[in-house]
Every structure is written in C-alpha cells, then in structure tokens.
Design a binder for this molecule. Sequence first.
Ligand code: PLP
Length: 453
Amino acid sequence: MADSFVTNSNILHRSFKARPERVVRASGVSLFLESGKVILDGSAGPAVSCIGQGRPEIAEAIARQVNQIAYVYSGARFTCDAAEDLASLLLKDRPGGLSKAIFVNSGSEATDAAIKLATQYWSEKGQGQKKYIIARKQSYHGNTIGALCVSGHEERRTIYSDWMSNNVTFVDPCYSYRLQGRNESTDAYVQRLADELEKEILRLGPENVSSFIAETVSGTTTGCVAAEPGYFKAVRELCDKYDILLILDEIMCGMGKTGTMHAWEQEGISGPDIQTIGKALGGGFVPLSGVLLREHIFEALAAGSGGLIHGHTFQAHPTACAAAIAVQEIIKKEKLLENVTAMGKKLGIMLEEELGPLDVVGDVRGRGLFWSVEFMRDKHDKMPFEPGSGFCNKVVARALELGLNILGNLGRTGQVHVEHVMVCPPYIVTEAELHQMVALLKQAVEDVSGDFG
Ligand code: PLP
C-alpha cells in the first residue's frame, strides 16, 4: 500500500491521508477523544449540534418512539404522530405561507426533493417547459448528483461534469467582500446583481425558467455571507414578476442559527416558495432534513396527478421526527434563540477584536451564531492565498491540535479562490466558552501565519 494511505479507519473519509480522531464521548460543546484530549466544538460539527450533546431528553424521546413505533413507511399508506406533530410544529402559523412538509434524511436529499418538487409543479400546471434552474456561482446545496447540479462548488463537481445538468445556469451570489466594486455603493451592487439575474431570466426566457435557488446566508463555499440589504427583496420581486419559484436553502443557516428560526425572516421578504432545512432540525441526534412548501405548490399537485412523484424508504422516519420534536422543544423551552442573538453579538465582537487585526484576516462576518473568518495573503490588496498553499487547512489542523474543532473551507468557486473558517458553535455556548474558542483560533492562525512568513 502506498505510504500516503495512512488512514487508521475502515470508514472512508474525504482524505485517506488524515488519521481521524476517535471520539469516545461528547457532552455540551465538548468532544472527548480516545487519547484523553478534550476538544471544544467551535462549529457544532458542520453547523449541526445546535443544542450541544448529551441531552437525556432526546435519548428518552427516541426510546419512547422506538418502543411505540420504530418504523412505518411514510411513502404510501401510513403516517404517525411523530411525523405529523413535527410538521405541525414547524408549520404552525404558516411561516412565510409555508404549509406542507416533506421529511427526508440528508440535506442533499432535501435539495433533490426541492428540485423535483419544482419540476413536478410546473409539469402539473401544464408548463413542463419551465425546467431551467438558476443557481449561484459560489454555492453549495449538497453532494448527490441532483444537488451538485445546482451547486457552484467546482472542486466537488469537476470529475462528475458529464453528470451535471444543462438545465442549470449560474449567476453571481451577493458576496460584497470579494465581488462588490471598490467604488460601488451597496444599492448599486444590489441593483447590478438584480439586473444580472433578470438578464439571465430573459436570456433563458421566463417561460422556460422553473426556479432560482440560493442559500439565504451562504455556508460552505464563501462562509456565512449574509446578503446585502435589499438583495433578497429584489430577488423575490423578480421571481414574482416572471412567475419563477424561489427556493431558499436553509439547511446550514436555518433553524435558528442566525437568531431567527428562518434566516429569511431578516430579509424583509414574504418568504420562499420552497425551503430546505436540515442539520439543526435534528441537532445531530438523528439524520433528518426537510422541504417546506407553500400551499399553491401543494394545490397544483393535488389538482394535477394528486401525489408526489418522489419518495424514500426512510422518509418522515418516526424516530428521527420524535427526536427533532424534542430538539426543537428544548430550543423553545430554554429560549436558545435569545442566547444565539446575545452570544452571537459577543462572538462577532470577539472575532473582530482578536482576529480582525491579524495580517492574514481579510474579513470577519456573520449573523447570530454563524460566523466566518476569511483569510488573505495580502488583506490590503485583497490578494487571496495561492490555491494549493493549504493555509486554511493548516489552521483547522493546528486548531485541532490546540483543542478546537472548526470547519474550514478552501477552494475556487466561481471566479474567486476563497479560504475561510466557520465558527458556529451550539446555541447553548457560554461567553466563557466563546472566549476560549476565539483564543484558540487566534493562536492557530498566528502559529500557521508564522510558517507562511
Ligand atoms: N445545503 C447546504 C447549504 C449545506 O451546507 C449542505 C451541507 O453542508 C447541504 C445542503 C447538504 O447537506 P448534507 O450534507 O446533509 O447532504
């Protein structure tokens, strides 16, 4: 076996060179390793463990459900209280007009379901030619073939290019730090993006466009970039004007991470037509994701074929739904969104003060407990690290040595090379823990910067 294959795991990971740390216990925001080391989970896995770990209430909810009904197939004739109650809890008061739910298992499955739902919707309405989806150049909506088709994540797409759909086209995201002109005002920038989207709709022909898909606050590719004020309002208006569905991906940024249950609530829009959720829905206790949709989409399907031309063996799994209800109840009972807002403000200030002045830190941005630090070789000229320098990966590795888990991403997406780390701890995080996390991250960045001279 080649020397480079040094993995000590029989489970395959993204890199076979990495030797994954074995976690033997987890509690609150801490991961306990086999080696005895304790790691602070500064990113809640990949923005998943929203209420932290080791909550007996969730174990009890799961046990109760398994004892009552472990499984029913929700694809055809059955449903159960857990699935119905979770849908009712999420759709209570019809947020943004969203009135029905589909529960699946991963974020990528939710993206696939959203794409298929939009496709079926137009087909049922006798407008099957409306098949183009406009997505954004820097974006990530998942790793299945369907989800990758609408993701502007070049590294993950390239070798599968033959599988990528010609029905997807890409426009610029709202990413002011890298893509706004130096002398361009916010209003002018937002207008430029709206014009670009409108031009693309007109190029394809509105009668051929199914939907526009975007992460409300970007995650993996660009790192916690909230849109500039007015951007989503302009997008919503264009979708309404040209009869195009707005699909918002809140798999990473949603379910409370930005301080409101749905990130779009802070965008001054009436809501999306279709919304995907995941990660913090089940808080990592179970794999669960979902698609929420507006009544008009349900009505079109009901009046048309009368069903969903889609489904999975484990959709609306009773145990997963029961666990998610318990997670969401804890968020409500313990007023954790208030903590997200309060701690989020403190985290932003700490990152600005501690990391912001470092030579390699170009930008610090975020909302709620969803923050990112973007690295630059030369912050004054906004010159990124050379692709291949591995700066961000080294920061992540050094942070882990020091006792902090954070999510890093580097890669060329669209027209820019981006390197950033995400700090998005569980909603239960305390100020003292935030201080520790920021100090460890700062140390990691300083240590790695030293090597980069
Ligand atoms: N959409 C967004 C915005 C994501 O960040 C992710 C995963 O990171 C996905 C979709 C895919 O979710 P999953 O990894 O659960 O398939």
